[in-house]
Structures are given as C-alpha cells and as structure tokens.
Design a protein around this ligand. Structure first.
Ligand code: NDP
Length: 262
C-alpha cells in the first residue's frame, strides 16, 4: 500500500526511544523527513544515526517540550530546516506514581505542561504552516489510562484524559483547514523504559523481569502479551497517511483488547 508520505515533514516529540522512535523510523521508511525532539543528547544521536543509516532524512534537537521555550525551539528548528511541518506527533510523555492525597501542585503542573500544553503549544506553532501546505495531520499519543485508569498514577490518568479531549476539540477547529487530528490510546507497549522498570521491580526477587512482563500482560490484556513499539507505530504511520483521510477527531485503541468497555 502506498501511503503517499514521501517528502512530508513529520515532527515527533520524544522520538529518540520507544514508541516515538518506532514512529520516526516508520515514517522515515515511507520517505518522510523527520524531526525528532527530546532532552537526552546521546539517545538523540543514536536515533539519528539509526535512521540516517537506513537512508532516512532526519533532524534531531534537544528540547524540553514541557516548557514554552522548548516548544518554541521545536517550531523554530523545523521551520528553519523545512519551512514548516505536515505531520505533528505529540508523543513525549511519561508515567507517574503518586496518590492524590500526597502529590503536590507542582507535580500536577509538570504533567499538565508535558501531556497537554506541549500539544497545544506545538499545534499553535505548526497549524499555520500546515494551512499553507494545504493540510496536515496531528496525532496525540495518549494512553488507555485516559479511559481505564491504573490506580497508582492518578496524575498520568487525568492529564492523558485531558489530552484526549484536547485532541477532540483541536480536530473540530482544525479540520476546516484540512488538518486531521486524532488520538491513539495504547495499552502495554514493550519499550526500554518498561524493561528497566521490570528489572528494578524484580531485582530483589530473582530478577525474572520477563516473567513479570508476561504475567502483567496475561493479567490485563486478553491478547496475553505486550505490543512491540513497531506494532503501535504502524498504526500511527497509517493514520498519518491519506489512506486515513476520513479519520477525524477519533480516539483509537491499540491495546490487545485491554479496554474493558465498548
Ligand atoms: P519512553 O519513556 O520510552 O520514551 C519517551 C520519549 O519522550 C523519549 O524520547 C524521551 O526522551 C521523551 N521525553 C520525555 N519527556 C520529555 C520532555 N519533557 N521533552 C521532550 N521529550 C521528552 O516512552 P514510551 O515510548 O513508552 O511512551 C511514549 C508515549 O506513549 C508516552 O506519551 C506514553 O505516555 C505513551 N504510552 C506508552 C505506553 C507504553 O506501554 N509504553 C502505553 C500507553 C501510552 P528524553 O527523556 O531524552 O527527553
């Protein structure tokens, strides 16, 4: 299937590792020119080398998208390199661990800035160039936790839920300009971060991190396993393409059946 993505400019926040890196590689393989923003320089360099070695065109930049300055840098760097963007993937994000009774205000603010304001600020920055280019795509990587919360991360649940609503409202405002906005809610995706968490949690009990991951998947996802980052990324790549031209304002689950509602 030709996805028609050749030459498109795609910005992926948090594209240096995990799902974001798999999306960046997937889009680059389809001929898109990718811009990857993250904070850690080493991981950015590794991602750049991997994509370039496979023949992809890639620009990387250090930016903290949880800040207005970081978002401005993403917009300025992309504009300087390519004159604007066709695709924006708001992917940067991270889990949390707290109780509502104990978490301080600044923790709530941090996650609000990372999961919601980054998407708002980057949309504000890129929509004008998408309009000029005749349309575009914005995908917001939320989480199954936006709908089906995990008890230990209330701030993650709430801010990802807000991102889904931001996505829906953006879609109504932007479709007039041919810009399609959708959200994707993944279930368990086996990223390096999950592996290091599993290793930490099993360190004192024999170190069977694979067993921990397997059990977690079996207990929660009817499919009985985690997704690979590529399995999740392929869905994003499809949604970026004109083959998904009637998909607007939706939230798609890539969760191995984990969502318990219809
Ligand atoms: P990873 O932790 O593997 O990667 C996160 C990426 O985001 C990294 O590139 C990281 O780079 C970057 N990042 C984090 N904070 C910032 C910041 N403030 N500014 C810029 N970049 C940042 O995450 P995953 O691949 O697992 O997850 C990607 C997204 O998917 C997240 O939003 C997550 O909530 C969501 N998700 C993940 C699931 C999973 O099972 N893995 C399930 C459902 C949703 P650096 O640290 O160098 O900045």
């Amino acid at each position: 299937m030709d996805l028609g993505l050749s030459g498109k400019v795609a910005v992926i926040t948090g594209g240096s590792v995990g799902i974001g890196l798999a999306i960046a590689k997937g889009l680059a393989t389809e001929g898109a020119r990718v811009v990857i923003a993250a904070r850690n320089e080493e991981r950015l360099a590794a991602a750049r080398a991997e994509i370039a070695a496979a023949g992809g065109e890639v620009v990387t930049l250090i930016a903290d998208v949880a800040t207005a300055e970081g978002c401005d840098k993403v917009i300025a760097t992309t504009t300087e390199a390519f004159g604007g963007a066709d695709i924006l993937i708001n992917n940067a994000g991270t889990g949390s661990n707290e109780t509502i009774m104990e978490a301080p205000d600044d923790k709530w603010q941090f996650y609000w800035d990372l999961h919601v304001m980054a998407a708002v600020r980057l949309a504000r920055g890129f929509v004008p160039s998408m309009r000029t280019r005749g349309g575009g795509v914005i995908l917001n990587n939320a989480s199954i936790c936006a709908t089906q919360p995990l008890w230990y991360e209330p701030i993650y649940n709430v801010t990802k839920s807000a991102l889904v609503m931001a996505s829906k409202t953006m879609s109504t405002e932007f479709i007039k300009d041919g810009i399609r906005v959708n959200a994707v809610n993944c279930g368990f995706v086996l990223t390096p971060d999950w592996i290091s968490t599993a290793k930490q949690l099993t360190a004192d009990s024999g170190g069977d991190w694979q067993g921990y991951i397997e059990n977690l998947a079996k207990e929660n996802a009817p499919i009985g396993r985690f997704a690979s980052p590529e399995e999740a990324a392929d869905f994003f790549v499809f949604l970026c393409s004109d083959r998904a031209s009637y998909s607007v304002g939706s939230t798609y689950y890539v969760d191995g059946g984990m969502l318990k509602t219809i």
